[in-house]
Design a protein around this ligand. Structure first.
Ligand SMILES: Cc1cn([C@H]2C[C@H](O)[C@@H](COP(=O)(O)OP(=O)(O)OP(=O)(O)O)O2)c(=O)[nH]c1=O
Length: 186
């Protein structure tokens, strides 16, 4: 049984590699649809849909994937549609606390599992110039909440997993893959 990462995220690929796993990357292609009132349940569904899409074509393998969102004041903040939206999002998050939630999902011939990890992130007060400098670089465009914790100094402190904010909570990924290690020949 082979391990497949159902993600185009370079950060997820890097984290899984650093955990010592050998795998191939086959991103899920379907759009992410958040449905229902409960944010955690909707996020789990999105992560599961990614791994199930890839498992349909690779049903003898172990597929792991994830979906990350930022939640502020009950709002789901995904990747920005424009730099203007990114600026507005970061101005809204300035000086406030928000949550970053990542759902990790695994699907294999042996079992299917999904769980959500939440990290609280406290932002510093950010000036418009500081926000503009970051947004104009453009690297915010492929990141939930319009920022990458790994590339900004906006954060006062966090409560919870740092790797979860980046998009792949190491302890959860390890927990899920430990259950598959015999089948993965590890
Ligand atoms: C909040 C935050 C998000 N992110 C990234 C992680 C994810 O790549 C992205 C959230 O979008 P996702 O839809 O979770 O992932 P993706 O589109 O990058 O890849 P795929 O759907 O194929 O798995 O935001 C950071 O890199 N740093 C951060 O601090």
């Amino acid at each position: 049984m082979n391990l497949i990462l159902a993600s185009k995220s370079p950060r997820r690929k890097e984290i899984l590699s650093k955990l010592g796993y050998t795998f191939c990357v086959i991103p899920a292609l379907k759009d992410e649809v958040f449905k229902g009132q409960d944010i955690d349940a909707a996020l789990k569904n999105v992560a599961l849909s990614k791994v199930k899409e890839v498992f349909e074509k690779h049903n003898n393998d172990c597929i792991i994937g994830a979906d990350t969102i930022v939640v502020y004041d009950g709002q789901i903040l995904q990747k920005p549609a424009s730099k203007t939206e990114a600026f507005k999002t970061l101005k809204m998050l300035s000086g406030k606390v928000h949550e970053v939630k990542t759902a990790v999902a695994l699907c294999s011939p042996n079992h299917e599992v999904v769980d959500v990890v939440t990290t609280k992130v406290y932002f510093k007060e950010l000036s418009d110039d500081r926000i503009n400098d970051y947004v104009n670089k453009g690297t915010c465009m492929d990141k939930a909440g319009s920022y990458g914790i790994q590339e900004v100094d906006f954060v006062e402190r966090i409560e919870g997993s740092y790797s979860n904010v980046v998009g792949f909570p190491k302890y959860k990924v390890q927990e899920f893959l430990d259950k598959e290690k015999d089948h993965l020949g590890l």
